[in-house]
Design a protein around this ligand. Sequence first.
Ligand code: MIG
Length: 619
Amino acid sequence: MSIPFLVSLVDGKAAGLFFDNSYRSWVDLGASKPGTLEYRALKGEFRLYVMVGTPQTVLERYTELTGRMSLLPLWALGFQQSRWSYVPQSRLLEIARTFRERRIPCDALYLDIDYMDGFRCFTWNRKHFPNPPQMLADLHAQGFKVVTIIDPGIKIDPAYEVYQDGLAWKYLLTYPDGEPFNAPVWPGDCHFPDFSDPQVRQWWGDNHQGLLEDGVDGIWNDMNEIALITGFPRQVPDMVTHSKEGQGADHAEIHNVYGLLMTRACKEGQQRLRPDRRPFLLTRSGWAGVQRYSIHWTGDNNSTWQHLALHVQMVLTLGISGIAMASADIGGFSGGPGPELYTRWMQAGAFMPFYRVHSMKGSPNQEPWSFGTQVEKICRKYIELRYRLLPYSYTAMWQASQSGAPLVRPLFWANPEDTRAYSIQDQYLYGDAFLVAPVITQGATQRVVYLPDGLWFNFWTNESIPGGQMVSVDAPLDSLPLFVRGGAVIPLWPVQQYTSEKPVETLELQVYITAGNTTSQLYEDDGSSPNYDSPEAHRLSEFILQVNQDGSGSLRRVIRQGGYTPAYSHQKIRVIGLKSAPSGVELAGGKLLSQGYDTATGILHLEIDATGNFELLLE
Ligand code: MIG
């Protein structure tokens, strides 16, 4: 993933520099000449876009230019289990069954390269998967979605249709003399499609028809850097030629955008072939703007504590580079994590833009039940929390589609003036309200957390803590240090075993009282329609909280956009942080079905029958 975009932040003022040149380039950030940024590229034009403002407005401008993600189906926010590879079919079905038996929520299972027939793209290994439509229907009935991998390498095999067509129609990369370029990948010697040609993209997209008709729910693009395996040549030579939309170009110019163009072909194919569904695509390679087509995982990491720390750092960096949804292989790809590392990784992963375990061929099992009952119990707790917070995460994903704001944000995002937050890379914000400080040190049962200015609440204890200071937090193995910004209104759903298991009948709202005025958003739609932009298909609400010094105040829900009607008819409200029981509670816009103040916890519990606008007064 190569994104020649730089964000600087000095005394609260942010600048974005986008070097729009796809050739190999070098950046020296003051290492050889202090105070001087040096940028060099092999060839091409010098084209620089400059944006200034706050980190937020810089990202808004950058993604206005390079594009924003479209909403993924809701299931993409559920838990996802992958490995290289779940074969044969009986193994995949066993994994699915075990999730349901053990009541560990899960939405998606992945099929890595061994589902194919001799690594030929768009084929099935019929020995291991005798009846894919039947198998997929069976998994769908249990609430699972299935994502299959597709690599760009096309096996050189005269009996293989994709090879025949690609060769006959001259859709493949060639040397300048017209000879097709070939190099080894998993299937042996391969040719590669020229995704910089619109006709090739159309053809490649259409090639997904069989998989989609069989019932595959999403696609996973790998090796699209282009990565080759041991042999000759080691890399695609610069002289290899491309169409570049008919203008002609060499590989030196296209190399960095090849992966992005492949994802474009795949996403557009999904849209054409299955217009009634939102596309799902996960890619390894990409370039500036790949967020328009795909989400991203960071490739082959190791099952080490260092790589857990790196997971956080990389997702933060990718986020401010326009990739609003990125994550890494949870548990680590190569090696085995052991129970403690796996547990810590599963906790942090619950607060990543997407939540996917993946591991390498030959590595020990990495399902949530693979490390004994204690670890399984903790994993279930965090996966369930992920499902509880779906309406919150979904709103954050919608924000990414509107403004480019990533789901995982650096601490300075909300406090650009707070210079102490600038260099913190082992904590992050998740959406507007959460601050996450994962434990990334072996053996640690405590960690130090920096809380930026404002009032914060410990999510587990509801204790309120003033920000602008470092605090030490207890973090036994079952505890992820997690804080909520004062003034936030967090929407929650009940736990489900998968995202569309049952209609949500009650929306829960957790309100964190802080003196002042705050606004929180909630975006709602059916979680699957591609036309979510239309007014009837979605609804945007704001929760406006106004609290006086004496604790009295109001909470209003205001529908700002759209006429979508969710399934729930009740809202349960928990008001956290009141100093004492309110002397009166009044509701406009619905019926107050129950109320109670719990003196032990200091939480005010309310249930109302409103589904839309309401105003709640606390005296
Ligand atoms: O050379 O498809 O990053 O996630 O499991 C390895 C097999 C090829 C690399 C990907 C990894 C995937 C693996 N692939």
